[in-house]
Design a protein around this ligand. Structure first.
Ligand code: GN1
Ligand code: MG
Length: 364
């Protein structure tokens, strides 16, 4: 890939002196690119958008530009500046927020946020509280954004019943011929299908509001200031769409309150940490600053379980389909991931009463 050519499309003419792939994220390809401009070095993130997953990259970028502009405005009103607190995307010389180099290669470029770091693992309660606060604030910033002007990038992204339907299809089709070895996992997930409608039902009945949500709230989608450890910027905005606060909450805790990585092979290491859950919940409620309704808070434990089961169905479906969707580093990577989510769901169920009690304490 000729990054110098791509840089030029975005009006960057200084010579590239370093380029490094960042191997985080299961979907897009991400590179840190350094250019030497006269006497100072500048850094950018170049990303190649995965067009198998994102069928309409123009719509993805249109959503992202709308949302980041809105956040810039809100932050300026609140803090007088938005510096380092929101991503700034470059436009190409013909004014587009992406460059299509042909053969499905869509690139976007944004300014690298200096002196900041993303963490793949939650290693302190304070870090997870900060993450909750930041994602809560993110939702707050977008609470007056007209949700209907955003494209639905991946329809039914967190519609768990629809995810279950896709899972059934993958099981029935058994495209990769792997079904026989995962009957036990399939049974576990199917046994829990009925409870998975709690969020979508509450949205449909109007019991909880539709909000603009991030939808991919893993801890590594937040940047932290290297000096102060403060959460400063939400990244990976591809799936910002209308949704429920519970999608963001549940997805964040199923990842961050797990005591193991998402692809841990030793399942004895996988459990759900209630203390971390509590920190995130407190941060999220605080960051959202009165925005969350009691009905949303009451469903937080359900969201942890539902988002965990949902991702388990997605990983296992991808395994059955022959690994079409998620990047993998081993033939059984998706199966390992699915088993982790299943183990986590079991632990959430075992700790259910405590989870509900902690959630009640987080209300105010
Ligand atoms: C994908 O790209 P990444 O790693 O941030 C996926 C999420 C999953 C996550 C699991 C568009 O996110 O939904 O929760 O992997 N994103 C998409 O690690 O499918
Ligand atoms: Mg990501």
């Amino acid at each position: 890939m000729d990054f110098q050519d791509i840089a030029a499309q975005f009006g960057i003419t200084a010579p590239i002196v370093a380029e490094e792939e960042i191997h985080s994220g299961n979907i897009n390809r991400t590179y840190l690119v350094t250019v030497q401009d006269e006497d100072e070095a500048r850094q950018y993130i170049f990303q190649r958008i995965n067009t198998f997953v994102f069928k309409n990259p123009e719509a993805v970028m249109s959503n992202i530009i709308k949302v980041t502009e809105h956040i810039k405005q809100k932050l300026t009103e609140k803090h007088g500046t938005y510096d380092r607190r929101v991503l700034s995307f470059l436009k190409t010389t013909d004014g587009k927020p992406y460059y299509y180099s042909g053969t499905h290669h869509f690139f976007r470029v944004y300014e690298y946020v200096a002196n900041a770091v993303a963490h793949d693992v939650v290693d302190s309660a304070d870090m997870f509280y900060e993450a909750g606060r930041e994602f809560g604030e993110f939702q707050g910033c977008l609470s007056d954004f007209p949700a209907q002007t955003l494209a639905e990038i991946i329809p039914d992204f967190h519609n768990t019943p629809a995810r279950y339907a896709a899972f059934h299809q993958a099981v029935d089709a058994d495209k990769a011929g792997r079904r026989a070895e995962v009957e036990e996992e399939i049974r576990f997930l199917l046994d829990r299908q009925d409870g998975c409608e709690a969020i979508t039902n509450a949205l449909c009945s109007g019991e909880i509001p539709v909000r603009v949500t991030h939808n991919d709230t893993k801890i590594n989608n937040i940047l932290f200031d290297k000096d102060t450890d403060e959460a400063i910027c939400v990244i990976d905005l591809d799936t910002v769409m209308p949704g429920s606060s519970l999608y963001d909450f549940g997805d964040a805790v199923r990842y961050g309150a797990s005591t193991a990585r998402e692809d841990e092979r030793d399942l004895s290491k996988v459990s759900f940490d209630l203390a971390l859950y509590e920190q995130f919940a407190k941060g999220f409620v605080k960051g959202a600053d009165g925005l969350l309704h009691d009905e949303e808070i009451a469903l937080m434990p359900h969201s942890a379980l539902i988002m965990t089961l949902e991702l388990a169905t997605r990983f296992l479906a991808d395994y059955l389909n022959g690994d079409e969707y998620f990047k993998i580093n081993a033939p059984d990577h998706n199966l390992v991931r699915a088993r982790c989510q299943i183990r986590l769901a079991q632990d959430i169920e075992a700790k259910w009463e405590d989870l509900c009690e902690i959630t009640r304490r987080c209300r105010h």
